[in-house]
Design a protein. Structure first.
Length: 384
């Protein structure tokens, strides 16, 4: 289909950028200031996903009611500032009722599928409200259910997208909509083949934005957050951190993978595949500029940045020379693959291999698998 918006931009707004009415209004201003923005991807309002995650863990009645009241207050603080709150308040009430019902079920019949269904409500609510904020500013804005397009497997909580299916669905369902209106959709959520709601992992809205940018060949993906770009280290922790104005896909991707929370670790992969520049800036201060991530940068420094990743486990393995090293390594990685354990860092020496892995829980399964053979393992206390 020939597009009337060949240079269109995907704009993603994180939790603090849609935290309340003023933040939403500021973010709406950013959307309206750039005619190229035709697709808007939203996170849940700040704090909402955490509350929903707690509810999905199965809370007793009193705690449950408290959390749902807090959720209602966040939504109604926004609704009360709308000029015509009635229509949207009915839809939000319906979603709050769903949340209450699902949270009650989570106590007696918890499941990962139910958790994803429950936490998806944060993005569903923020996107409905944001579309309304835009309409009240005379924009032609249309709400769109991202689950129609973001098709994933059924690994609830960290579902993996089916890139080809996402492209087909986006072309069929989303492209025609962005020709007609500014489309407002949800980050983070998708659906599996059975039609159940899935999520892409915490912070996954960035990933949604770049997946949709890839699927529709956007000219740029803008990630609007609470910092004016990617810094040499987390500016909230180190005041002397400096903004990096231009950075390559691979450098920024490594930073994200090693803990720079500003981008979900998978965000840059779709952008890299289609060579789509990604801009990162602050929705609170657009004048401050930001970082442009693109294929190449001139004169990259020897050291780019420092990142921190907490909750890492260091695992040291010795095989006591019972087999050739290559076989030992091959078997070890096969076991890790079988258990879907991500390895972040590897170092080897003649007698030992050290791995930094993400999930402590996975190690218990790993220990069971390796206990029967000759290898020994030493697990360090959690690092970070
Ligand atoms: P959003 O809700 O908009 O997705 P996040 O909280 O996920 O925002 O990401 C933004 C945060 O990332 C910043 O507030 C900052 O503390 C953190 N951060 C970590 N490392 C970096 C870095 N190198 N550069 C910029 N921000 C970073
Ligand atoms: N709302 C989700 C989270 O808090 C996804 C996101 O914000 O990117 O993790
Ligand atoms: Mg984020």
């Amino acid at each position: 289909m020939t597009s009337i918006y060949p240079q269109f931009v995907v704009a993603k707004f994180g939790g603090t950028s849609v935290a309340d009415f003023d933040a939403m209004n500021r973010s709406a201003g950013i959307v309206l200031a750039d005619d190229h923005v035709r697709l808007v991807v939203l996170s849940a309002s700040a704090g909402v996903t955490n509350l929903l995650v707690e509810l999905s863990e199965g809370l007793e009645s009193r705690d449950r009611m408290d959390k749902i009241d807090t959720l209602r207050t966040i939504q109604y603080n926004i609704i009360s500032r709308l000029k015509a709150p009635l229509v949207i308040s009915k839809e939000i009430d319906q979603l709050l009722e769903n949340i209450a019902r699902l949270a009650e079920t989570a106590l007696t019949m918890p499941s990962t599928s139910l958790s994803d269904e429950l936490v998806s409500h944060g993005e569903l609510m923020s996107s409905l409200l944001f579309a309304e904020v835009l309409r009240e500013r005379e924009a032609q804005a249309e709400w769109f259910d991202a689950r129609k397009v973001i098709r994933t497997n059924n690994l609830y909580g960290c579902a993996e997208p089916n890139i080809n299916l996402v492209e087909d669905q986006a072309e069929a369902h989303l492209r025609p909509r962005i020709e007609q209106a500014i489309v407002i959709t949800q980050g983070f959520i998708g659906s599996d083949d059975a039609g159940h709601t899935t999520t892409l992992g915490r912070g996954g809205s960035d990933y949604t934005a770049s997946l949709l940018g890839e699927a529709l060949q956007a000219a740029r993906v803008d990630i609007w957050t609470d910092v004016a770009g990617i810094y040499t280290t987390d500016p909230r922790i180190v005041a002397q951190a400096r903004r990096i104005d231009h950075i390559s896909f691979s450098e920024a991707s490594d930073m994200a993978a090693f803990g720079a929370k500003v981008l979900h670790p998978a965000t840059l992969l779709p952008a890299m595949r289609k060579n789509i520049p990604v801009f990162v800036g602050s929705s609170k201060n657009t004048a401050a500029g930001g970082t442009l991530v693109r294929r190449e940068t001139e004169n990259p420094p020897l050291y780019r940045a420092i990142a921190i990743r907490r909750k890492q486990t260091l695992l040291r393995l010795h095989d006591l020379h019972t087999q050739p090293a290559y076989r030992f390594f091959a078997e070890m990685f096969a076991i890790l693959a079988e258990h879907r354990v991500d390895v972040d860092l590897v170092t080897t020496s003649e007698s030992c291999i050290a791995l930094a892995v993400r999930f402590f829980l996975a190690l218990h399964e790993f220990r069971e698998t390796t206990a029967a053979d000759n290898s020994t393992w030493v697990q360090s206390p959690n690092v970070g």
